[in-house]
Structure formats: C-alpha cells, structure tokens
Design a protein around this ligand. Structure first.
Ligand code: AMP
Length: 282
C-alpha cells in the first residue's frame, strides 16, 4: 500500500498514464478502523481497479471540542488492517493539506431539510463540516465510486445531495452496517466504552430491533415515546428516537404500513454519543 500525505502527490499519482485508466473506489474515514470500515474497502475492491482510503479526523465536523480531543487514533493498526484488506492507496493528509486557507474558510453547502433534522439539529454545523472535507477529498481524488456506511444514515443522504450538484457522475455505494455478535453497531467511538458499557450499549440495537419487529400501521408516536422512556430508565441520555421516511428523512407520527421507513436513535452512554438505525421494511 502506498501512503500519500499531500494533495499534490495524490494529484501527481493519478496523473500518471498507468493510473489514469483505472477505475477508483474511495473510502473516506476518520481512522480507528474496525470491520465496518474494512467492509467498505472489501466492497470497493470488488468493484474497482484501485481503492483509496483516507484517514483524516476532520476538525470542522466536530461540534464538541471534547469529542474531537478524545477521538481515538490508532494509525499503526489502521495501516495494518488496510494492508490486510488489500487497499492500494492510503491518503493521510494534515489539516493544512485539507484546509489550505485555514479552518474558517466556510463554503456553505445547500442541504435543505436534511441540514435541519436529527443529527443536524443536535450537532449544528456537523454536516457542513462533513461536506467540506468530503468535497475537498473528492476534488483531489476524483474517484468513480464513493463508499459510505448505512451506519451514518443521514450522512449518506447528505453526501448524495452534495454530490448530485458537485460531482454528478460520482456513484455513491451505501454499505450495510456491520455489527458485533450481540448486535452493537461497530463504531470507532466504541473504543471509548469500558467493557461493561460496551455490553450495555447493545440496548440501542435491541431497541431498534424491537421497533422493527413490533411496529404496525397507524399512529406510531407512543412507540417512539415509550422507547425514549425505556432507554432513559436504562441510563442513556437520549437525543432522539425517530421513525422517518427512509427516502426523505421526514419524521412520521403516522405510518401507512407501506412507505419505506427507518428508525434512528442517538443517545449518550455516559460520555460517549452513539448512533444507530435500522430500515424497517427493506
Ligand atoms: P468514520 O470513520 O466514522 O467517519 O466512518 C467512515 C465510513 O465508515 C463512513 O461511511 C461510515 O458510515 C462507515 N462506517 C462506520 N461504521 C460502520 C459500520 N459499523 N458498518 C459499516 N460502515 C461503517
């Protein structure tokens, strides 16, 4: 695997005639890699000649300074996992490479409704930061396909919207959420949980499963309310339990039993904020 640290070197790499003709799959990450990330690399390998992964803990997408400071960094292990998975190129830029004009140069991305609900309302500015970094990375790497995880359901919708306007020929591939044996969605933030907390964190995926298996057509407000109450009694500080149209992310209080819906949860377990989701009728 080649490790490239500057935008200039990546651009030169892709300018060589040998590489120009190859199809490229791109997997952006913030590192602290786990099998969820690796599943994206594996899928990208199957569908492209060349796979590029980036590792960059993006300061502009953190609305909480402590969360940024405490974000796990395991670069040697990451390089090992990427090599094992057969990733060809790792892009490992500095903040100055991604933001050559400084962190305050704000480009506004028009994301409409998606930038007002759920994650956007609890993490103001988060998706603008996500779009800034992914836009810059796409501009440098110019891949054919972008691989993202369903684990970050709203983020994948946001990136689709950003790409529609800015990179119309880019294909976005959404990959299924990889889970631990008990059901906990894999996440870099799980590294911040103690082993007892990790066992307890499975309550979130169990709650999603409960809703998925018990939801019926009709009014669904009580199901949401009861789940919030349940998680609170289990020691979680809940940001939201929402049931939404899976195509628009519009929250629903009534389900006609037919439209494709997704259940989404965000909750803190002590200091660590966890998110997860499940599509009900896929
Ligand atoms: P992150 O490093 O958290 O920014 O994630 C990088 C990419 O990996 C994003 O597209 C995530 O949605 C995806 N991802 C994170 N966790 C998982 C998981 N458990 N299963 C599948 N994809 C994941």
């Amino acid at each position: 695997m080649i490790i490239i640290k500057t935008a200039g070197d990546i651009i030169n790499f892709f300018a060589t005639t040998k590489v120009k003709t190859l199809t490229t799959g791109f997997v952006p990450t913030m590192g602290a890699l786990h099998s969820g990330h690796i599943s994206l690399i594996t899928k990208a390998k199957k569908e492209n000649d060349l796979v590029v992964c980036s590792i960059f803990v993006n300061p502009t997408q953190f609305n909480n300074a402590k969360d940024f400071e405490k974000y796990p960094v395991t670069i040697e292990q990451d390089i090992y996992l990427l090599e094992q998975a057969g990733c060809e190129v790792l892009f490992l830029p500095s903040v100055a490479e991604i933001y050559p004009n400084g962190l305050k140069t704000i480009t506004h991305f028009e994301l409409g409704f998606l930038d007002t609900v759920l994650e956007a309302s609890f993490r103001p500015g988060h998706f603008q930061g996500v779009c800034q970094v992914v836009h810059r990375l796409l501009e440098i790497i110019l891949p054919d396909k972008l691989y993202v995880g369903q684990k970050d359901f709203q983020q994948s919708m946001v990136l689709k919207k950003m790409a529609e306007t800015n990179f119309p020929s880019l294909q976005i591939v959404i990959c299924p959420t990889q889970r631990e044996a008990g059901g906990l969605a894999m996440s870099s933030r799980n590294m911040r949980l103690t082993s007892t907390e990790k066992k307890h964190a499975v309550t979130i995926s169990k709650a999603l499963e409960y809703i998925k298996n018990n939801i019926m057509a009709g009014y669904i407000e009580d199901l949401k309310k009861n789940t919030i109450e349940y998680l609170s009694t289990q020691g979680f500080r809940v940001d939201y339990v929402e049931i939404a149209d899976a195509n628009t992310l519009k929250p629903l209080d009534y389900w006609n039993g037919k439209e494709l819906i997704v259940v989404l949860i965000a909750a803190f377990l002590n200091e660590v904020r966890l998110i997860d989701n499940m599509i009900v009728n896929d």
